[in-house]
Design a binder for this molecule. Structure first.
Ligand code: UDP
Length: 448
């Protein structure tokens, strides 16, 4: 196996944190496996696109905060008609500049980790290859987990890497990618997860438990209390605040001692707010809300009508014992996600593909609290199918289920094992090994 330095160009865009995270994970692997290599990230649409491509990042930011708008946009764009029109339009309006940009990078290999960076960049790479009289290999690594937009799947890439059976089937059906060019690996996640997964092993074993306890202490937490890690994605969006309140109140009422670690991302305001929040008052408010719910149900039984806002979770907490010792730890943007996921016993998060793949890689059960329509719906299905988590949307229900998990060691152990079986901490390593070999082979051939 020949090792030589490679010049790698990733095509990505900061629509969410996951694409960049995967590109970085792959880039680091190139540095490890092919010493002396270099890699760069290029966002072709922001730099060279016309409208509407140029404003992709801001459009995404706006729409991901307005799920209904996103749903309409996603489903309208995820059609053959849009694919054909957008590909043609982008090629005609931006093709020349994109080719010039690719030429100026002069890469040995191009890797797209973004659904919008496939058709036109691939066609331009093929033209450039012809012009230069050498083959520049072009790969796509799909950074989604359970659902994939049709623009991910280009038939003529050198290889297409996907992270789940669902995406494998989708690539065959929608993209017509032949099996010899389609590889099922896992989602590339940062190297730190492979390191931690190796050290932790099975977190239900006594060795795993010791490692986890030490990690909790190392991160400044109580080693003997379970840790619930609440993450809202890179931007700290979602109803994190309500989830933390309900979780605190439920754990307290059920007498479960725990640490709630809240990753607020770039949401500084939430972090400040959590630092000064009076959680005793939060518990009193939630208790009174539940009492009102009980009264309403009682009256509704008398008047034989269904009470408005009546729900299951209000009944479930009535047999509480009270007084769990809860510590809330608000964090900003966390770079030690692998370590925090080792320390955690349960992850509470939106159904981001990267976050879910990361949790699975270290055997961490997941409670999913929201998902972006279309794009992230399949991620929920993957977690449910593989049996390492659940989906609940209402904060009170989330709190109720998470607390019941913490009281059920057997269920926790089986979910953790299911997560381990579903995850692949070595995906980036495997993908780079495969891409690297093909790239070196092409470089040798090109030089002859
Ligand atoms: N993340 C991080 N630090 C934080 C919050 C999030 O490193 O404080 C990372 C997280 O580990 C994951 C990425 O941000 O790798 C989020 O990617 P995902 O695909 O889950 O969601 P997206 O942001 O792309 O919608």
């Amino acid at each position: 196996e020949e090792k030589r330095p490679l010049k790698v160009l990733f095509l990505s865009s900061d629509t969410g944190g996951g694409h960049r995270a995967s590109a970085e994970a792959l880039g680091k692997q190139f540095l490890i496996q092919y010493p002396g290599s270099t890699y760069e990230l290029a966002d072709l649409w922001t730099d060279h696109g016309v409208l509407p491509y140029r404003t992709l990042v801001n459009t995404y930011k706006h729409m991901s905060a307005h799920p209904l708008q996103w749903k309409i946009f996603y489903h309208l764009s995820n059609t053959k008609l849009n694919e054909v029109c957008a590909n043609l339009h982008s090629k005609l309006t931006c093709g020349r500049r994109i080719k010039d940009r690719l030429k100026s990078h002069d890469p040995d290999v191009i890797i797209s980790v973004h659904p919008t960076m496939n058709h036109t960049p691939l066609v331009k790479t093929q033209q450039l290859s012809k012009e230069l009289g050498k083959h520049i290999p072009f790969f796509t690594v799909v950074t989604d987990l359970g659902s994939g937009h049709c623009m991910w799947f280009e038939k003529n890439v050198d290889k297409l890497y996907v992270a789940s059976d669902r995406l494998y089937k989708l690539a065959r059906r929608r993209g017509g990618t032949p099996p010899e060019r389609l590889v099922l690996t896992g989602l590339p996640i940062r190297h730190g997860f492979a390191v931690q997964a190796e050290q932790l092993g099975d977190r239900t074993s006594s060795q795993g438990k010791d490692y986890q306890r030490n990690m909790k202490v190392e991160l400044g937490m109580d080693g003997d209390k379970p840790v619930v890690l609440v993450m809202g994605g890179g931007e700290g969006v979602g109803s994190l605040s309500d989830i933390v309140n309900e979780l605190y109140a439920e754990l307290y009422q059920q007498g479960v001692d725990a640490t709630i670690c809240v990753v607020c991302g770039r949401n500084e305001k939430l972090k400040e707010d959590l630092l000064t929040r009076d959680f005793d008052q939060v518990v009193r408010d939630i208790k009174s809300k539940r009492r009102t719910g009980r009264k309403r149900r009682f009256l509704s039984r008398i008047f034989r009508r269904k009470a408005k806002g009546d729900s299951e979770e209000m009944v479930l907490t009535e047999n509480s014992t009270g007084r769990g010792q809860i510590t809330v730890v608000p964090l900003g943007f966390v770079s030690k996600v692998p370590e925090y996921m080792v320390a955690a016993d349960i992850l509470v998060s939106k159904a981001g593909p990267g976050t879910i793949a990361e949790a699975a890689s270290v055997g961490l059960p997941v409670m999913m609290t929201s998902f972006l329509p279309g794009q992230e719906a399949g991620n929920v299905e993957v977690v449910l199918e593989k049996g390492f988590g659940a989906y609940k949307h209402r904060p009170a229900e989330i709190a109720n289920v998470v607390t019941s998990w913490l009281q059920n060691d057997e269920l926790m152990a089986s979910m953790s094992k299911a997560a381990l079986a579903a995850g692949n901490p070595h995906a980036a390593d495997e993908i780079v090994r495969d891409i690297g070999q093909q790239t070196v082979a092409w470089m040798n051939l090109n030089e002859k």
